[in-house]
Ligand binder design. Structure first.
Ligand SMILES: [Zn+2]
Length: 331
């Protein structure tokens, strides 16, 4: 069992106006904590690498984004007109894209592409051997992004783009995504709800932003039955989540039998998250990791790709991520 963290320092370059909880400090704190804990963190664009003139030990120049491969992966799911609209709005210096929750910044275009690129690098690494677990430690997050609409701090749907990349370029026939962010991943659900090859399961506070994710939403057409929503009432803690995950999510994933397991790993169901209204503890996130590790070992050669979504308590988010990774990596 190997664990590796993938990131790209350009993800830190999207600085929203004051008051937006989706800020660079979220990711900076996570990376600092994980490095301090001795984890292997692979940075696609280490700070200070750009512009260095070389020399012994100097990092390679990071790839200019968007590169051809990352562009192709994004355009597999997002409309080209949307990508161009985002580019124009960012280039003009517009304040927002599509929603008051999606402020633009001078670094947002590069950050959004870097988040996808680091997620794809993590996906490629997971598929290059058995028993590999990766965390794509990226921002902006992705699971609210629709094919043609930015929403909820999200511009490109990182986890969904990775799922499609695994289908098309790694020969994975069945990909499962479990989204445990406190918010429902409307974008991910909508991108795959008519398909039988990508299973989407979500536990989330309900009713809550973004409004989707009722238990009755189970997939459409060929995708009927390949969506599982487990809406939970405000205040749900470790016991309620344990019942939902062991009673519904894990059996559904086992029944689907994926070739690789993806996680939309949001930590805003934590008991004191400023955006969420749930009561999950650090021990809860660790326990979920253990369950998911065992399930992945049983179903898909231990291949797990966790992609960071939400989590907004700057002081505690790094510890929550570390707790979940302990569970995913233990044993
Ligand atoms: Zn969230």
């Amino acid at each position: 069992m190997e664990l590796r963290v993938f990131t790209d320092s350009r993800c830190l370059g999207h600085v929203a106006p004051p008051g937006y909880p989706e800020c660079p400090e979220r990711l900076a704190g996570i990376l600092s904590h994980l490095r301090g804990a001795g984890l292997d963190v692979e940075d696609l664009a280490p700070l200070g690498s750009a512009g260095m003139t070389g020399g012994v030990g100097a990092a390679a120049e990071p790839a200019v984004l968007p590169d051809a491969a990352t562009t192709a992966a994004v355009l597999d799911l997002h409309a080209e007109a949307y990508v161009r609209r985002f580019e124009r709005a960012a280039g003009r210096g517009d304040a927002l894209l599509d929603s008051a929750d999606n402020p633009l910044s001078p670094g947002v275009w590069d950050a959004a592409w870097a988040a996808v690129a680091a997620t794809l690098a993590a996906a490629d690494w997971v598929m290059a051997g058995g028993g590999r677990t990766a965390l794509a430690a990226v921002r902006p997050p992705g699971h609210h992004a629709e094919a043609s609409t930015a929403m909820g701090f999200c511009f490109f749907n990182n986890v969904a783009v990775a799922a499609e990349h695994l289908r098309r370029r790694h020969g994975a026939e069945r990909v499962a995504i479990f989204d445990f962010d406190v918010h429902h991943g409307n974008g991910t659900q909508h991108l795959f709800e008519e398909r039988a090859d990508v299973f989407y399961a979500s536990t989330h506070q309900f009713p809550f932003y973004p409004g989707t994710g009722a238990a009755s939403e189970t997939g459409e057409g060929a995708g009927a039955g390949a969506t599982l929503n487990v809406p939970l009432s405000a205040g749900t803690g470790d016991d309620g989540y344990a019942a939902a995950i062991t009673g519904q999510v894990l059996p559904a994933l086992r029944n689907f039998a994926p070739d690789v397991l993806l996680l939309s790993a949001g930590f805003d169901a934590w008991e004191r998250d400023p955006l969420g209204g749930m009561a999950v503890t650090a021990a809860g996130f660790e326990q979920w990791g253990e369950w998911l590790r065992r399930l992945a070992a049983e179903l898909c050669g231990g291949r797990v790709l966790a992609v960071l979504e939400g989590g907004y308590d700057l002081d505690h988010l790094p510890g929550l991520v570390a707790a979940h990774l302990r569970g995913l990596a233990a044993g």
